[in-house]
Design a protein around this ligand. Structure first.
Ligand code: GLN
Length: 491
């Protein structure tokens, strides 16, 4: 049975367009129709740029007709609304940037545009990417396409839901502590977090600058490799981007894991993990073993300190980064008479509760007298966490574990309990602290039919081995061929 256009992967869509089976305009129209049909209920998008998308699609068709080709020519994608897009509103999910239209485009987005992307719109996010459910968005909560009463994960929940509901072929997200991998896991798709420095952060509105990384939410591993190949690489505008050469990541997808050593970290198979999740992840690891990988026990002994370390480092960096939103230069201004009062009111009214909580925590951790006890100590323990990974990657090529302790929770279930919300990230934040790369790949469903993600972690700039392992697993299983069927009620 042939697929509808919105059901295609990127690589299938490129083949179809290159063969002349359909045009980029046909494909874009199909996705815009899908958005019109479903997004009233899924609420993945903050802004849909329909007119612009059709214009870009027509340009892609013209370029192809003239004999031009490009790696993503005519491919409709969605972009998380923390990445600046020239001329298109960029809110970061915050009321403080409700009317902010950037004068420039983030490098990662620009590279996709140069590779021929059609941009469908900007996706919902927890405010300034702080959260695990999109419930911290200043606008609305996104719904999980597998069960509309549940969260899609966060903070890139709009991107996760857009791909899972087949309202985009893939989407960009950002991952500071798990925000690409968690929504991918909760939404049953693939989420790739590249190594720190692999993709330029220029034009990504900063949250935790030493942790932030742009990633990909996609329908399969090949698509995530295609998008990463198009956007990775050194950028003169971001001094933290690596000068390392960018391989064609799709060349790593050999389908073969024979001889690879896969580590199982003791500290990630602990009490508190939902039994269905643990069982699915263990089964996935058995599959990799049957395919010829060697499974080895490893230890990451400082894992239990990762959550407090993360919430000191991330909040400290956030408190500094968010000081630029002062009611003067960007976005919302309360228009009060005195400068002090204007700061107070603009920030007081523009920021939501979670963002204020983080700014206060971070300011406290950086303040005189507390810096050594909190921020400096956290940085020292962060080094130990990184060393744990370095030691483990001397013994193994890849580390396998769950993405999160549970499947998608109900909307509202954790909204009043920030600590419980923070625990959703216990298995993902370690990788950001270590600056390494990882992927979430679908590995089953729980008893309620909700997707489960397998996390595969790799060393710094180890994307190829992570993608190779994920792809081999994916091709040996059928999880990535199953799609949410969100009920459509006519309005
Ligand atoms: N949930 C984590 C936080 O709130 C991670 C968010 C992210 O990766 N952007 O900080």
């Amino acid at each position: 049975m042939s697929k509808a256009l919105h059901e295609l992967t990127i690589h299938e869509a490129l083949t179809g367009m290159r063969q002349g089976d359909f045009s980029a305009v046909d494909l874009t129209q199909a996705l815009l129709e899908r958005i019109a049909l479903l997004d009233g209920q899924v609420k993945a998008y903050l802004t849909v740029t329909a007119e612009l998308a059709l214009e870009q699609a027509a340009q892609a068709d013209a370029r192809r007709a003239a004999g031009g080709e490009a790696p993503l020519l005519g491919v409709p994608l969605a972009i998380k609304d923390v990445l600046c897009t020239a001329g298109v509103r960029t809110t970061c999910g915050s009321r403080i940037l409700e009317n902010f239209v950037p004068p420039y485009t983030a490098s990662a987005v620009q590279r996709l545009a140069d590779a021929g992307m059609v941009m469908l719109g900007k996706t919902n996010t927890d405010e300034f990417a702080m959260g695990s459910s999109t419930e911290n968005s200043g606008y609305f909560t996104t719904h999980n396409p597998w069960d509309l009463d549940r969260v899609p994960g966060g903070s890139s929940g709009g991107s996760g839901a857009a791909v899972a509901a087949q309202e985009a072929l893939a989407a960009l997200g950002t991952d500071t502590g798990g925000s690409v991998r968690l929504p991918a896991s909760y939404c049953g798709i693939v989420g790739l977090k590249p190594s720190y420095g692999r993709v330029s952060r220029y034009g990504l509105v900063a949250y935790g600058s030493s942790l932030d990384q742009v990633g990909v939410l996609a329908k399969d591993v090949r698509d995530s490799a295609l998008v990463l190949s198009a956007m990775a690489g050194h950028d003169a505008y971001d001094s933290t981007s690596m000068p390392a050469p960018v391989p064609d990541f799709t060349a790593a997808l050999t389908g073969d894991v024979r001889g690879l050593r896969i580590g199982l970290p003791d500290e990630y198979f602990i009490a508190g993990v939902q039994p269905d999740v643990e069982a699915a992840v263990r089964r996935a690891i058995d599959v990799l073993g049957e395919m010829g990988a060697e499974i080895v026990r490893v230890s990451l002994p400082n894992t239990d300190k990762a959550l407090p370390v993360y919430y000191l480092v991330a909040t400290a960096e956030a408190s500094a980064n968010l000081s630029r939103f002062d009611g003067v230069r960007y976005g919302y201004s309360a228009g009060a008479d005195s400068i002090q009062e204007n700061y107070r009111q603009s920030r007081g009214q523009g920021f939501g509760a979670e963002v204020k909580r983080r700014i206060m925590l971070g300011t406290y951790a950086l303040s005189a007298g507390y810096y050594d006890a909190y921020y400096l100590k956290a940085q020292q323990v962060r080094t130990l966490i990184k060393q744990d990974f370095e030691a483990a990657f001397e013994k193994v090529d890849v580390i396998a574990c769950p993405v999160a302790p549970t499947t998608a929770f109900r909307i509202g279930e954790k909204a009043d309990n920030p600590l419980e919300m923070y625990l959703s990230d216990v298995f993902t934040i370690t990788l950001n602290l270590a600056g390494m790369c990882g992927i979430s790949v679908p590995c089953g469903f729980d008893g309620a039919g909700l997707p489960i993600g397998l996390q595969l972690m790799g060393p710094h700039l180890g994307e190829e081995v992570v993608l190779r392992t994920a792809h081999a697993y994916e091709q040996a299983t059928h999880w990535h061929t199953q799609w949410a069927q969100p009920a459509v009620t006519e309005v």
